[in-house]
Design a binder for this molecule. Structure first.
Ligand code: ADP
Length: 721
């Protein structure tokens, strides 16, 4: 099956967006959903699941596609197909076909997927879970998918971990606040209500009497005063608004007097030792706040009209007592955050609207101990790098006034001089009062996340550059193919024509015809040689067979091949090689190839009437004695900004491209070959004046003559800069 492969750059950009949006999310669910949606978009599949690892067991946290039904499933990791080796090795596992995979065969409970790809989720060296992609057909996932999946896992693991910690801290904070409000001392109120409850018991002749009051923060009511046989057990009982009795008791649900005992209440009532009950609403300022009730263990007992009347009276009496004790507004400050703060693995602080620290937990001290300040400091912003202080102050102010949550990232002022980053989540500590309330700050060290982020951006940039390079190369290759076909066709056409002429043309011109055929064949040969050399270089198969070469002879030999062509073009070609120029220890074929390419170019890029010359001499350089062979011309020259690029493969000069033919390989091969010989090629050129290419070979092992040649001879007829 063919599937359109995403370009790496697309994937990378998508991944970047995903991680960015997940990074902004403040809860686990959102991060998880982003991972699932993104995972599906980046690596198309049928089923996609995120599994969490806990004590050797894997639980399916969330799953989409045909595997969605597995959500919530927990199994030992050993029973999850190829998951165990993944968890052991911490590396991705790709199963091309589960039918051929022995691990899969052993596990009958596994999903009927044919292709499977799993990557670990790890934080530090600890594996916290895995992400798995599955598909119904075999061989669905390729190498590119594995790479993307690994990146996804690597970036999302710390985000999931962080979101989980944040959720946990939030939950604990909420619980602490609820516990706090439930545990608020209402002893005075209870003491005042007890006589009313006792009266209710006495007048109605019931077994139990009680007052339930709303606890304010939840759908719950709590027994605040009780009398009768089960006084102890009833006191402090809490019930939820999820049955008829509970619904009635919860403010706002029912407001009429209630004679309970219906079947739906049986369970709740049995739990409280109640067979039948009579309850009246308690109201404060028109709002129901709880109930006053009497109850009997026997269901048969009924309450008379008089009972209801007396209870109504007592209920209004209780309501008055409650109203007197009622505090309309709970103070937002002054909650005891001790418990949550002590147990939170994240740094937690409570600050006033100007950011002064009122309370903090041990985790915060640990986190900030890296800073130049030490606890206790006046203001949290003192721990931050100067640039970030004002931002935090503004954020605290805003949260304390608007009650909206916010998030700030900042740099710590670090004692060690290293860069450490924190992310601070701000939320109101309680109800927002007019002057602004306290603010809870959850502070986490995100240095490693930041480093990851920086790495990710670097990685992305690298990928982009590579992609652009590949595109350039692709363009050059296409151009190369069209150039080569053109280049091959020209000499072939000439050869064909002159071969015909040689057979049928004038006999006295035979010599000329054959010479032309010979020249064009040489041109073809050079070109094919160049192409073959490039291929050999790419395969690492370029072998040097060095021998001792008479430099001047080699130069003369190459020039001889081009003599005819130079004459035809009206170009003067000279050999300035010193007669006593040292021999060269090199590969004959390669040296000829380099000189051929350079002389060929010099003739090609020099207009009629110009000069081309080759010189050779021994020079002394810092690194030792050098044999320099230069090829110069008085041709069109090369613009300064192309001096480097002309040595790149397939590169053809902008200004010369239109008028000349070529493959763009000549100079690239020259550079590669001279480098292979331990030498280098140097270019001097000026537009309109000409160019000089110098091949510099080190003269080692005493092969060359020692006396240096005349310095000026080289540039004698050249026009180099
Ligand atoms: P080709 O000549 O096939 O285009 P080369 O690799 O030999 O490829 O040269 C690359 C480019 O360098 C040429 O396209 C041309 O623009 C420039 N060049 C090479 N030699 C000379 C020269 N002697 N004078 C001017 N330009 C040159």
């Amino acid at each position: 099956m063919s599937r359109k492969q995403k370009q790496p750059r697309d994937r990378c950009a998508q991944l970047l967006d995903l991680v960015h949006s997940a990074n902004l999310a403040m809860d686990f669910g959102t991060v998880l959903n982003t991972l699932l949606q993104g995972g599906r978009a980046l690596v198309p599949c049928d089923g996609l699941s995120v599994l969490w690892l806990d004590k050797g067991h894997l639980s399916v946290l969330k799953s989409t596609g045909p595997t969605a039904s597995l959500e919530g499933l927990t199994l030992p990791a050993s029973q999850m197909g190829a998951a165990q080796p993944l968890l052991d090795g911490g590396r991705p596992v790709l199963v091309s076909d589960t039918m051929d995979d022995e691990r899969w065969q052993r596990v009958p409970s596994r999903t009927p997927a044919r292709s499977w790809l799993g990557v670990p989720l790890s934080v530090g060296d600890q594996i916290i879970g895995l992400v798995e992609w599955s598909a119904q057909e075999p061989e669905r996932f390729g190498e590119g998918d594995v790479e993307t999946a690994v990146l996804l896992g690597r970036h999302f693991a710390p985000l999931l971990h962080r979101a989980q910690l944040l959720d946990d801290t939030r939950r604990r904070l909420r619980e602490a606040i609820e516990q706090q409000s439930e545990a608020e001392p209402e002893e005075d109120l209870a003491a005042e209500l007890v006589p009313v409850v006792r009266e209710a018991l006495e007048f109605t002749d019931a077994r139990h009497a009680f007052v339930f009051l709303s606890s304010g923060t939840r759908d719950r009511v709590r027994c605040i005063a009780a009398a009768g046989d089960e006084q102890e057990r009833l006191a402090r009982t809490t019930i939820r608004g999820d049955g008829t009795f509970g619904d009635w008791a919860v403010p706002g649900r029912r407001s009429q007097a209630w004679l309970g005992g219906g079947p739906s209440d049986r369970e709740i009532m049995a739990g409280l030792g109640i067979g039948r009950a009579l309850a009246l609403p308690l109201r404060v300022g028109g709002q129901q706040v709880g109930l006053l009730g009497v109850a009997e263990p026997r269901r048969a007992r009924s309450f008379s009209r008089d009972c209801v009347r007396i209870m109504t009276h007592l209920a209004s009496q209780a309501s008055v007592i409650i109203e007197r004790n009622h505090q309309p507004e709970r103070k937002s400050d002054g909650f005891d955050y001790e418990m949550v703060m002590r147990s939170s693995p994240l740094g937690v602080a409570v600050v006033n609207p100007v950011g002064d620290i009122q309370a903090w937990n041990p985790a915060l001290t640990t986190l900030l101990s890296l800073s130049v300040r030490s606890m206790p400091a006046q203001n949290l912003s003192e721990f931050l790098a100067t640039d970030d202080r004002l931002r935090l102050r503004h954020a605290v102010e805003e949260v304390s006034i608007t009650g909206q949550r916010r998030q700030v990232e900042a740099r710590l002022q670090s004692a060690a001089g290293d860069r450490r980053y924190v992310r601070i989540s701000l939320a109101p500590a309680g109800a927002v009062s007019n002057g602004g309330g306290s603010v809870v700050l959850i502070v986490e060290d995100v240095t490693s996340l930041k480093i990851l982020e920086q790495e990710r951006v670097g990685h992305l940039r690298e990928l982009r550059e590579k992609h652009e390079q590949l595109q350039d190369l692709d363009r050059l290759r296409t151009q190369f193919v069209s150039n080569v076909s053109h280049e091959l066709r020209t000499p072939l056409a000439v050869i064909k024509l002159y071969a015909t002429l040689a057979r049928r043309g004038r006999p006295e011109k035979q010599g000329f015809y054959l010479q032309t055929i010979e020249q064009e064949t040489h041109r073809l040969e050079t070109m094919v040689e160049n192409i073959l050399d490039v291929t050999r270089m790419d395969r690492g198969k370029l072998e040097l067979q060095p021998e001792l070469l008479a430099t001047d002879e080699i130069i003369a030999q190459v020039l001889e091949v081009y003599r005819e062509r130079a004459e035809r073009k009206g170009i003067k070609m000279r050999n300035h090689a010193q007669r006593d120029v040292p021999h060269l220890w090199a590969d004959r074929h390669h040296v000829i190839q380099m000189l051929t390419n350079l002389v060929d170019n010099a003739l090609k890029y020099t207009p009629r009437g110009g000069n081309v010359w080759v010189a050779a001499r021994q020079v002394r350089s810092k690194s030792g004695e050098i044999l320099e062979i230069a090829v110069g011309d008085t041709g069109v020259g090369i613009p300064e900004d192309e001096h480097e690029m002309v040595f790149d493969r397939f590169y053809r000069g902008k200004s010369t491209m239109a008028e000349s033919t070529g493959t763009g390989l000549g100079l690239a091969i020259v550079r590669e070959l001279v480098t292979q010989h331990g030498g280098e090629v140097i270019l001097n050129s000026q537009v309109g004046r000409g160019s000089v290419f110098r091949l510099r070979f080190p003269l080692s092992s005493g092969l060359g003559h020692e006396e240096p040649g005349p310095q000026d001879q080289l540039m004698g007829e050249g026009a180099g800069s």
